[in-house]
Design a protein around this ligand. Structure first.
Ligand code: ZN
Length: 172
C-alpha cells in the first residue's frame, strides 16, 4: 500500500468525468488499498479515485467514529437510484478543497448500486451522513466539487484563496 498525493482545486483534473471500470481485479484492489490508506492518512472520510489522479469510477469511504473499529467501504461503478425528495443539510469538507467547510443540501436518502471490493454486485440503502457522503463522492466522478453547490461568490472566493496558497507554496 502507498500514500498518494491528493490533487487540490482548482486543478483541472478534478473536472474530468471518470470512466467506468471493466471489472475488479488485483490491480484495482491495490488501487483501492492505496486510496484507503491515502484517505486515512489525510485524514478524511471519503475519497474518489480522481482525487489521486485516476479517472476511474471508484470511491472509498469510512464513516466510523474515532472510538470505533474501522469500517472501510468500497464502491466501484456506483450508480444512485431513487434519491428522496426530502433533503438533509450537512456541513461538508473535501480533501481536494482544503480548510474550507460549508453547508450543502442534498437528498436525505438514496439507494446505491455498485460493485464491492470482491467485484460482486451490491445494493445499499443510504441515509443521513452516509447518503450525503456517497453523493459528495459521486459528484467527484462527474467532475463536480461540493463548492459547486454554493453561491458563485463563495465558490470564487474559495478558489481564489486556494490559488494564492498554491502560488505561495510553489514560490517557497
Ligand atoms: Zn471531496
Amino acid at each position: 500500500m502507498a500514500i498518494k498525493p491528493i490533487i487540490t482545486a482548482p486543478d483541472p483534473r478534478l473536472r474530468q468525468v471518470s470512466n467506468p471500470v471493466e471489472g475488479v481485479d488485483d490491480a484495482l484492489r491495490a488501487l483501492m488499498d492505496d486510496m484507503l490508506e491515502t484517505m486515512y492518512d489525510a485524514p478524511g472520510i471519503g475519497l474518489a479515485a480522481i482525487q489521486i489522479g485516476e479517472p476511474l469510477r471508484i470511491i472509498v469511504m469510512d464513516l466510523a467514529g474515532e472510538e470505533e473499529e474501522p469500517q472501510p467501504r468500497y464502491f466501484v461503478n456506483p450508480e444512485i437510484l431513487d434519491p428522496s425528495d426530502d433533503t438533509n443539510i450537512y456541513e461538508e469538507g473535501c480533501l481536494s478543497v482544503p480548510d474550507y467547510f460549508d453547508e450543502v443540501e442534498r437528498p436525505a436518502k438514496c439507494r446505491v448500486k455498485f460493485l464491492g471490493y470482491d467485484g460482486k454486485k451490491q445494493v445499499l440503502d443510504a441515509e443521513g451522513m452516509l447518503a450525503t457522503c456517497i453523493q459528495h463522492e459521486m459528484d467527484h466522478l462527474e467532475g463536480v466539487l461540493f463548492i459547486d453547490h454554493l453561491s458563485r461568490l463563495k465558490r470564487e472566493r474559495v478558489l481564489k484563496k486556494l490559488k494564492k496558497e498554491q502560488r505561495l507554496a510553489a514560490a517557497e
